[in-house]
Write a protein that binds this ligand. Sequence first.
Ligand code: ADP
Length: 485
Amino acid sequence: MTFELKDSSLLKAQAFINGEWVDGDKGETFAVTNPATGEKLADVASVGAAETKRAIEAADKAQVLWQALAPKQRSEILEEWHRLIIVNTEDLAVIMTAEQGKTVAESRGEVAYGASYIKWFAEEGKRVYGDMIPSTPDRRGVVIKQPVGVVAAITPWNFPNAMITRKAAPALAVGCAMVLKPAAETPLSALALAELAKRAGLPAGLLSVLPGMDAPAIGGEMTSNTTVKKLTFTGSTPVGKLLMKQCADTVKRTSMELGGNAPLIIFDDADLDMAVTGALAAKYRNSGQTCICANRLLVQEGIYDVFVEKLAAAVSGFRIGNGFESDTTHGPVITEKAAKDIHAKVQQAVEEGANVVIGGQPGAQGACFYEPTILTNVNDQMRVFSEEIFGPVAPVFKFSSEEEAISMANDTEFGLAAYVYTENMGRIWRVSEGIDYGMVGVNETAISSELIPFGGVKESGQGREGSKYGLDDYLETKYICIGGL
Ligand code: ADP
């Protein structure tokens, strides 16, 4: 083991079902490895449909009591969970870097970011207001909001902590119970969060964590079980579509946070240094593995060359390596397969005429590394234009007019985040309103926090996470007509 924890009891390798740490029924396990070194970190219990069904039944029982508590009582438990996460930041960050690869500094940032959702929804859960609707003199219309009930969640590996807290916090705050399947690459962060929830006093059954190798078995039970009223998913668009289809049979509500293909549009009138700084963060954060990473850099022709020069100068200062080493600026990508997929996209672009300004090769540090890369002379026929790269590769496209930039930005089935750099106020409004995205960062790429509604349009998904709007995903609206007055 390459790391030590202050509190080694946060490292769990069993499933967490109905408040208990348990092995899978069949005694099966799967290995979790460190992508930087290939070292095995743990053999984690692998559960399937039967265990998932039991977790759902426990959630159903626990949810009834949980829903009946005063919002303030639920809030106090969430506040305590938040406090314990902050106190254990260092251990949670170390576990995350070990299983996911991001630098420890990035992991600490994610722990704080993830915890912020718990704090926010501990507060916001106390403000689930309804409405009174005036109608005729002998009746009143009352609208109340109630928890949807048992929620199933499926989360990805790129943010092993925050993608869970963003779902669990609003769900629990309004009185739902959750059964969660974390990504098989990063179950340890999820299990540590469950342990802290237990210590915070969260009653058994309200948050079960179901690690497993057989995602379709767990997902199949979650989507077919009639007790589950809602599925919330963050992951790839193909899997999201499949899960939506599966949910159709029982008409479950869904929230989907799927793939992106974010354009970062830089106009001639932009503050160039600010745009370079923004592009570096938006493109290379988490080694390019976030769904809001800038996928396509669209740069106006007047500043194209100088922008590429400045970007390349900054990227040449990156140091890829093991996330535990203090001089590492960027960690590995999640798997060897991911590194190969990224390289295939780069190779296809190069074969079709792209120039490699910097990088363009797998990293020498290990099987899961890829060099930070910049490509020019790229076009919309290349996979780097149409597909989510999910790696540290920046293709820089050239445009001439505002209309062309908007059209290129919208030329995708995705619509999650987009970024615009310009100093022209009219253009800020025209472009922000003209592009089909759920989130637009203007002269800023660090756009996410617990305060804002995070989510996409088109095939990037539905529903919003965070902010006052984030509660709606876990609430039903009920109309009560009081007559005979
Ligand atoms: P990525 O490409 O980022 O790994 P995926 O969509 O494949 O994205 O994975 C996101 C989450 O969805 C993970 O927890 C994964 O295990 C889960 N998953 C993948 N396929 C299925 C499936 N058929 N049913 C349920 N969950 C799935």
